[in-house]
Ligand binder design. Structure first.
Ligand SMILES: Cc1cc2nc3c(=O)[nH]c(=O)nc-3n(C[C@H](O)[C@H](O)[C@H](O)COP(=O)(O)OP(=O)(O)OC[C@H]3O[C@@H](n4cnc5c(N)ncnc54)[C@H](O)[C@@H]3O)c2cc1C
Length: 400
C-alpha cells in the first residue's frame, strides 16, 4: 500500500483550510472536545456548510452530497476539529441520512432530506433498550398496526441528545411471532408526537447527553416506515456498515496529544516544567508513536473502504478498539499532566469553549478536562462495545 503524501489531498486540505479561515464566524464558540455542540451552534454551522455546497460531506453527489473520497472526508474532519468548528448532526449525516438515501421512497426523501441539509431537523437514535444493547435483536418496543398508523409502546435508553432533537429513528418490533431479527422494523418518529416522554440520565462526567425515552400509545403514520415491514434488521446492518475509517476518532487523539504537549511547558514538576522531565517525555513519545501507528492504520482502512473491500468492517473494528482505548489512556495522561489541578472536578463542563492552555492560569486551563476523561470511559461502549468489536474481528479472521 502506498502511503506517500497525495498532492491532490494536500490541495484539498488547503481548500478546506481557506474555507474555514474565511467562513467560520469569530463569534461561533470553538469546540475543544469532539462532542456535540449546543443546538444553536450545530444549526448555524450546518447552514454555513450548506451554503458552500458542503451540507452533506459524507454523501455521494447523486444524493446531494460532496462526493468526497473517504480520504477527503477524513481531511475535512481533521481540519474542522483543528479549527474548532461546531459539530454537525452525526446521527443525520452518518446514520439516518445514508439509510434514507438508500431505502426511502421519493416522497420520504422529499420530506426528510431538505431539513437535514438546512439544519432544521436534528435526529437522535432509538435503538438500545434495557436488556437490548449488544443483543439488539432482543428489543421489545412494539409497534402495532392500527389502520394508517402504528401504535408504539415501550422504552428506549441511552438516547443521546433526545432532549434537543426533532426526530428519532427507531427500531420497533412489528411481529413477535417470527425469528427475532425478522420481526423488526425501522420507523421515523417526530419527537413532538403525543405520548413521548424524555427523561435525563446524567452521566459520570456530570453532563446531560443521555436520556431514557418512553413511548406510551404513540401514533405514527405508516408512511414513516422505511423499507418494508420486517426489514429493519437488514437496514440496521447497512447503517452500521458505514464510516469504518473514522471509528478511531483521530482528530480527538491529535487534540489530546497537542494539549498534553502544550501543558508540559507550564505544568511544574518540582523546579522544572514537565517538558524537561525524562519520564514524562518518554511517555509522551510512546503516545506519539501509538498515534502515528493509528494514523497509518486509518489511511489503510480508508483505502479499503474507498475500494469497498469486505475486510474494511473488521479493520474498522480494530481501529475502534485501538482508538477508543488510546483516547481513554491519553485523556487520563492529560489529567495527570495537570498535577493537583487534575484531581479537582472543575465546574466547567467539557462543552466549554476552546481555551489555549499556554495562555491561561492552570485552574482555568483545567476546566472540563477531568470531566472529558470521565466521558471517554463511554467510548469503548457506544457504537458497539470493545468485546463485540473483538468478536467481529475474530469472526472475520477465523471465519467463526
Ligand atoms: C455515551 C453513550 C451514548 C449512547 N448513545 C446511544 C444512542 O444515541 N442511541 C442508542 O440506541 N444507544 C446508545 N447507546 C447505547 C449503546 O449502544 C449500548 O450501551 C451498547 O450497545 C452496549 O449495550 P448495553 O449497554 O445494553 O450493554 P450490554 O450489551 O448489556 O453489555 C454489558 C457487557 O457485556 C458485554 N457483552 C455483551 N454481549 C456480549 C457478547 N456477545 N460477547 C462478549 N461480551 C458481551 C459487553 O461488551 C459489556 O461489557 C449509548 C451508550 C453510551 C454509553
Amino acid at each position: 500500500m502506498n502511503f506517500a503524501p497525495d498532492p491532490n489531498l494536500d490541495a484539498f486540505r488547503q481548500q478546506v483550510r481557506a474555507f474555514l479561515h474565511q467562513h467560520l464566524p469569530a463569534d461561533l464558540p470553538r469546540r475543544k472536545d469532539g462532542l456535540r455542540s449546543p443546538r444553536a451552534d450545530v444549526v448555524r454551522w450546518q447552514r454555513i456548510l450548506n451554503a458552500q455546497g458542503w451540507g452533506a460531506p459524507y454523501w455521494a453527489t447523486e444524493h446531494g452530497g460532496t462526493g468526497w473520497s473517504v480520504q477527503q472526508r477524513l481531511v475535512f474532519d481533521e481540519e474542522c476539529a483543528a479549527a474548532g468548528t461546531p459539530s454537525q448532526d452525526s446521527f443525520a449525516q452518518k446514520l439516518v441520512g445514508p439509510v434514507l438515501n438508500h431505502f426511502a421512497t421519493p416522497e420520504q426523501k422529499a420530506e426528510h432530506l431538505p431539513p437535514i441539509f438546512n439544519g432544521e431537523r436534528l435526529w437522535c437514535q432509538g435503538f438500545s433498550e434495557p436488556g437490548a444493547g449488544s443483543d439488539l435483536a432482543s428489543l421489545r418496543t412494539r409497534a402495532d398496526r392500527d389502520g394508517d398508523h402504528y401504535v408504539i409502546n415501550g422504552q428506549k435508553i441511552w438516547t443521546s441528545y433526545a432532549h434537543h432533537t426533532d426526530w428519532i429513528f427507531l427500531l420497533v418490533r412489528t411481529d413477535a411471532n417470527v425469528k427475532k431479527q425478522s420481526g423488526i422494523s425501522f420507523l421515523l418518529v417526530d419527537m413532538k408526537t403525543p405520548g413521548i416522554t424524555v427523561r435525563p440520565i446524567i452521566s459520570i462526567d456530570g453532563c446531560h447527553h443521555l436520556n431514557e425515552t418512553f413511548f406510551d400509545n404513540v401514533r405514527v403514520p405508516v408512511k414513516n416506515l422505511i423499507g418494508a415491514e420486517g426489514e429493519g434488521w437488514s437496514i440496521t446492518k447497512f447503517l452500521l456498515n458505514n464510516e469504518h475509517a473514522s471509528t478511531a476518532d483521530l482528530p480527538t487523539l491529535r487534540r489530546l496529544h497537542g494539549q498534553i504537549s502544550a501543558l508540559s511547558h507550564t505544568a511544574q514538576a518540582g523546579e522544572l516544567s514537565l517538558a524537561y522531565r525524562y519520564e514524562f517525555l518518554l511517555r509522551l513519545a510512546r503516545y506519539d508513536a501509538e498515534l502515528k501507528a493509528i494514523s497509518i492504520m486509518v489511511q489503510r482502512v480508508a483505502a479499503m473502504e474507498q475500494d469497498h473491500s469486505p475486510a474494511a468492517h473488521a479493520m474498522g473494528s480494530m481501529l475502534k478498539v485501538r482508538g477508543t482505548e488510546l483516547q481513554q489512556r491519553m485523556s487520563e495522561f492529560l489529567v495527570e499532566t495537570l498535577g493537583d489541578h487534575g484531581a479537582v472536578a472543575y465546574p466547567g463542563t467539557h462543552a466549554e469553549p476552546y481555551r489555549q492552555p499556554q495562555s491561561l492560569p492552570m485552574a482555568q486551563t483545567a476546566q472540563g478536562i477531568a470531566s472529558e476523561m470521565f466521558f471517554r470511559r463511554a467510548t469503548t461502549i457506544y457504537g458497539g462495545t470493545s468485546e463485540i468489536q473483538r468478536s467481529i474481528i475474530a469472526k472475520s479472521l477465523f471465519r467463526l
